[in-house]
Structure formats: structure tokens, C-alpha cells
Design a protein around this ligand. Structure first.
Ligand SMILES: Cc1cc2nc3c(=O)[nH]c(=O)nc-3n(C[C@H](O)[C@H](O)[C@H](O)COP(=O)(O)OP(=O)(O)OC[C@H]3O[C@@H](n4cnc5c(N)ncnc54)[C@H](O)[C@@H]3O)c2cc1C
Length: 295
């Protein structure tokens, strides 16, 4: 580990990534680094750069499938305690990138601030949420972002303001390596009205999605004007399985891992291809992935 000399307490070699993702399957990271300060993160990025090691930022791993071969470079996860603080100034929520979205939602509600109820039931972090523009039918995080603090591939930190940020359907134009902090501009509202909206969204999700299964949320993006889940269901694929991976019977756009120990990432990938082929053959529609496959 000479490359990380002096940083041994935050680096682990050949680290299993499955448990770091909500799917719970997949291979190892050659290096897994959990920086506790910006300096440690900068140092890690610089050393990886010198050795030409690929870098992957991971939040809660709730939108990622890691291949069984694993990741040759370094997977970096900001330490939750150090990078997960939430502070509130009037209607501005300043959130560390490692803060879990459920905590962001709860803190906003507790302080009578509305705008992030749409994130109810999304298990990611603020950083991953902004990168992916997490959200859905009720809105997305991008609508509330005022500015973000980022670190680029050279270890430089700077702010990006709302004017130069663009958010689309599960995408953003944030290209910097790391989001460090996110500022969300919210709207004052009564706690009871906010809680009512959150409850409505939660019930709708619980009724229609396999919320407690090992998944990474929706596997595919909705093609323009169509619902991926409906296409998959109409292709007769609910319950279809490859190894321990199956198309959820509750919501056909969710792939669930039934038994993490007996399931390979390759099973999930094979199921993805099976679904794609069936939907293409039946409806002539190519389904684009919403989840990311690493590497
Ligand atoms: C049960 C369930 C329900 C879900 N429901 C929804 C939903 O309704 N709507 C929705 O949009 N998504 C949903 N998801 C998917 C997922 O939770 C979101 O995409 C979430 O935003 C991912 O956040 P994360 O921290 O887990 O990111 P990860 O999965 O760890 O990473 C996702 C991407 O973000 C990047 N990233 C992570 N952290 C950082 C950082 N600090 N700086 C820069 N880049 C970073 C990663 O490199 C990767 O490219 C669901 C997932 C599950 C398991």
C-alpha cells in the first residue's frame, strides 16, 4: 500500500463492495478509502491521479451495481460523521454530501421547511442524490439546490451556483469528482402539512414498490411518454428470475436480489439483458439503465 503511505487508517485493500450497496452483491474494490477531512480526500485524489488509478465516489450505493470482477481503482466514500452534518439558517438547509437523504427529509420537516418531501423513501445520500437528481413524480432535489461545494480531479474545491447547474431526469451537469456539500433553498410551511404530504408519498410508494427488498430502485429509465415498469409487466416478466435476481412482482421496474449470498452481479446483469430483449422484441423500445453498473 505504498501509494497510500500515511493514510493507512482510512484505506482498506481488496474491500468487498456488495455490503456497501443496497443490492448487496458484486466484487471488491482494490482500494476503499473513507476520508474524514477535505485534506485527506485531496491527498487521496492526488495520489490516485499520480498512479493513474480510477476513482469512484460512492454514497449509499443505492443506485449502483458492482460487477463480480470488482473495481480496479479506488472507491471513495466520504465519512458520514465528518461529511454528513446538516445546519439550518432560516430557509436554507446546508447539508454535507454524506448525509442520508432520509435524515435531510426529517430535518427539513422538523424545522417547518418544505421542498424535499419528494425524497421520501429514497435511501441515498445528499451527494449521490444531487449527482443523480433524485426524485420522481412529486419533484426532485434539483428544484431546491441553491449551490454546491465540489472538489475536482486536481483536488481543487470551489462552489457551483444555481445559475450554472442543470438538472434533468435522473441527471445533473455536475462533473466534478466530489460533491462535498449541498445547499437547499426550502419554503416555510406547517409541520402538519409537510408531514401529511410525506405520509401520502410514503404510502403510495409502500403500496406500489418493494420498499424493503434488496434493490437499487428503478432499474430502467422511463422511455419518453412511457412507463418502463408497465412495458416490463406487459411483456409478462413479473417474477422472472435469473439465479437469485428477479423482476419484482410488486413493481416490474424493480429488480430484487432474493438471497445476497446466492446471487451474483452477473445474475442481475443477465436479467437486465433478458428484460431489455423481451421489451425490445415486443414493443420495439430500448430500455436505458437508470442504475449504474461499475466499472
Ligand atoms: C428502495 C429504493 C428506492 C429508490 N427510489 C428512488 C426514487 O424514488 N427516485 C430516485 O431518483 N432514486 C431512487 N432510488 C435510487 C437511489 O437511491 C438514488 O439514485 C440516490 O440518489 C443515490 O444516492 P447514493 O448516495 O446511494 O448514490 P450512489 O448509488 O452511491 O452513487 C450514485 C452516483 O452518484 C455518485 N456519487 C455518490 N456520492 C457522490 C458524491 N459525494 N460526489 C459526487 N458523486 C457522488 C456516484 O459516483 C454515482 O455516480 C431508490 C433506491 C432504492 C434502493
Amino acid at each position: 500500500m505504498t501509494i497510500f503511505k500515511g493514510l493507512e487508517d482510512i484505506v482498506q485493500k481488496d474491500f468487498p463492495l456488495g455490503p456497501m450497496t443496497t443490492f448487496g452483491v458484486g466484487g471488491k474494490a482494490r482500494y476503499f478509502v473513507r476520508p474524514r477531512t477535505e485534506d485527506q480526500l485531496r491527498e487521496t485524489i492526488e495520489r490516485c491521479g499520480k498512479k493513474k488509478l480510477d476513482i469512484h465516489a460512492i454514497g449509499r450505493g443505492s443506485n449502483v451495481l458492482v460487477r463480480d470482477e470488482g473495481v480496479k481503482g479506488a472507491v471513495i466514500q466520504l465519512d458520514t460523521k465528518a461529511f454528513g452534518r446538516i445546519t439550518i439558517e432560516e430557509d436554507l438547509l446546508r447539508v454535507g454530501a454524506a448525509a442520508p437523504l432520509p435524515k435531510v427529509v426529517a430535518e427539513a420537516a422538523r424545522h417547518s421547511l418544505s421542498g424535499v418531501e419528494c425524497l421520501v423513501g429514497i435511501p441515498g445520500t445528499a451527494g449521490g442524490g444531487v449527482r443523480m437528481n433524485a426524485g420522481g413524480a412529486y419533484g426532485d432535489i434539483g428544484q431546491t439546490v441553491e449551490r454546491i461545494k465540489v472538489m475536482d480531479a486536481h483536488g481543487e474545491t470551489f462552489y457551483r451556483e444555481r445559475e450554472d447547474l442543470a438538472f434533468g431526469y435522473r441527471t445533473s451537469n455536475v462533473s466534478a469528482r466530489f460533491i462535498l456539500e449541498v445547499e437547499l433553498r426550502l419554503l416555510p410551511d406547517s409541520v402538519s402539512a409537510i408531514n401529511k404530504r410525506m405520509k401520502k408519498i410514503w404510502i403510495a410508494k409502500k403500496n406500489s414498490q418493494p420498499t424493503s427488498a434488496a434493490t437499487a430502485g428503478c432499474a430502467f429509465k422511463n422511455p419518453r411518454g412511457l412507463a418502463a415498469g408497465l412495458l416490463i409487466e406487459q411483456a409478462g416478466l413479473k417474477g422472472t428470475a435469473v439465479g437469485g435476481a428477479a423482476v419484482s412482482r410488486k413493481h416490474a421496474n424493480f429488480i430484487v436480489v432474493r438471497d445476497k449470498k446466492k446471487t451474483k452481479a452477473a445474475d442481475v446483469l443477465a436479467l437486465i439483458e433478458l428484460v431489455r430483449k423481451a421489451v425490445k422484441d415486443r414493443f420495439d423500445v430500448y430500455l436505458e439503465l437508470e442504475i449504474e453498473v461499475w466499472p
